[in-house]
Design a protein around this ligand. Sequence first.
Ligand code: ADE
Length: 250
Amino acid sequence: MNPLQRPLAILSALAEEQAGLVEQLQDAHCVTHAGRDFWQGYLAGLPVVLALSRIGKVAAATTSVALIERFGAGSIVFAGVAGGVGSGVQVGDVVVGTAYVQHDMDASPLFPRYQIPLTGQTAFAADAALARALVFACVVGLQGLRHDGRAPLVHQGLVASGDRFVSGQDEMRNLVEALRSHGHEPLAVEMEGAAVAQVCHDYGLPFAAVRTISDRADDTAHVDFPVFVRDVASVYARRIITELVRALAG
Ligand code: ADE
């Protein structure tokens, strides 16, 4: 089937971020599969399936494969939170990933550091058209919002994923320096995006993601995290995805 006629999968990392989307779903029904809940229905007339990625690369890859194999997803969009590590990437901003690297992938000396073994690739690109649509959805959807007195900026660039919640200034600096010394300049760190990007690459399906910056991956990264997700990131996600599906539905 043409991927455009197949449902758009919308992944969230946390239940709070998904709740607003499930509320808007038309003809909603929930199927439990692989220990996960998958919500099928329509948003703005567009067939969608909503799921929680769960946390970390393996969990997100399992969810992605289920979305594709069991629910026929034709493309995957992820909306979640991330730690900002690029200069000028502040809490309350959003980052739309253009490419995804796994900062904890290291099969050296068998393969170059960060390279995904047997793929010859270090980074997986987001789908350019879907990422552009997400940027547009961010600009429109976040209009009028402010965080700490400042309008959210929409950044585009590299996102680094790994199975660590980065919450230390030294750890963050080392991670960024190591990536930089291999030619990668990350804007944000999170725990799932590169896994979903790799699955979509394997299946030849479009993938794009947006992350609201919840922290600076430093010593205080965890402090306001739950409150931020509830009060800020979930509002951003609902607004951005609402605009995205409106645009994609035409
Ligand atoms: N998601 C949000 N903040 C994060 C951080 N500091 N590290 C990894 N994942 C995150």
